[in-house]
Design a protein around this ligand. Sequence first.
Ligand code: SF4
Ligand code: SF4
Length: 98
Amino acid sequence: MSSSIDERKLSIDERLSLDNFEIDKESHIIVDTNICKRCVSKVCVYACPAHLYRLENGEIIFNHEGCLECGTCRIVCPLGAIKWNNPRGGFGIHYRYG
Ligand code: SF4
Ligand code: SF4
């Protein structure tokens, strides 16, 4: 007997793959990368569950597309470099499951 999607445990990646994104051309998160230059830990790179922060030649590159709107980056940033707003109405992630 085959199990339906609701009958079995889904991994985090499987759950996320069910979600939809309405991408806004304007980012709801602004990162002051000048401040990032003083940051030793670069913890955003490791803390963002969507892997939207990356290091390129020692500099932080951020792309808001795919943001899960969890707010983790703002909380963990030790230097207050992240200005986090809610996405504009209708934009952002539309959770489908869990
Ligand atoms: S943790 Fe904050 S200050 Fe450090 S690199 Fe990331 S955004 Fe910049
Ligand atoms: S709000 Fe969450 S998913 Fe979005 S960039 Fe910050 S840590 Fe990543």
